[in-house]
Design a protein around this ligand. Structure first.
Ligand SMILES: [Zn+2]
Length: 73
């Protein structure tokens, strides 16, 4: 089952958060496939596309975009 997490919690834990998938893949959220939707971001296994984490952005989606921008520098 995919975990659910609020964006603020995700931001706080993103650097250390490790995901694991039943196919055997393990990695950081930054190594997984993120797919952004209007109110949530899905993080999927890069090997089998299973959804591992759902991040709720509904409180402040702009904060996510700002955070995503800041990661590029
Ligand atoms: Zn997988």
């Amino acid at each position: 089952m995919a975990q659910h997490m609020h964006i603020s919690e995700y931001e706080a834990n993103e650097a250390t958060l490790l995901l694991s998938c039943e196919c055997g893949w393990k990695g950081k959220t930054t190594e997984a496939n993120g797919e952004l939707h209007e109110v949530v971001m899905d993080i999927e296994c890069p090997k089998c596309d299973k959804m591992l984490l759902i991040v709720n952005l509904i409180v402040d989606a702009q904060k996510y975009f700002d955070w995503k921008e800041s990661k590029k520098e």
